[in-house]
Design a protein around this ligand. Sequence first.
Ligand code: SF4
Length: 217
Amino acid sequence: MTDLKSINIKQNVRITECILCGTCCKKGGPSFHLADKHLIDKGVILSKYLFTIRKGELAYDNVRQELLPLSSELIKLKGKNDSSTCIFFNEGEKKCEIYKNRPVECKALKCWDTREIEKFYSKNRLTRKDLLFDVEGLWELVNDHQSRCSYEKIKKMLQKQDDSNNDIQKEILEIIRYDTQIRHLVVEKGGMDSEILDFLFGRPLTLTIKSFGFNHS
Ligand code: SF4
């Protein structure tokens, strides 16, 4: 679901209908919108197949085709084996395993004409609050993690940081340590499936912090 405008150009062929090439499914899974909520509520798409890109995190903008900090969080479908190919894309048969229940972005995407998807791409996006607010104890935990580990807060701290300011360095390391510990805790003590961690808490700070120019090793 990325590079919306480039598919025809790359193939050097003018496409006017879906030819089931699978190119869009290999370029990243869709982001979810409120209209997709029922798919997750009913278990058609399990939360272990989702991941969250949190507010302030750098993410590839499908329409503007560049890396930009997110103004609000995104929930997306994971890729297969950490690749950009959507987890539900069957490469052998070149088909979507959940075609009838595919998310609205997949339904709207026409690689030869992106006007429809551009109209709602940034609107009514599904958030973790929409899915977790009623789950006792869990939303509070996720919300607390979000405020302790917010990217806006980290960015402000990094702007103040200079070589002589070890306190800020220590504070950021403490945030990274908390992010790591909470993930262990919900699996070990809470009995949760480790595969839902990137949905609950976004991608680990140990991975994402590098894109903000902070070297924690
Ligand atoms: S959900 Fe289906 S249609 Fe959408 S990107 Fe994945 S494989 Fe393709």
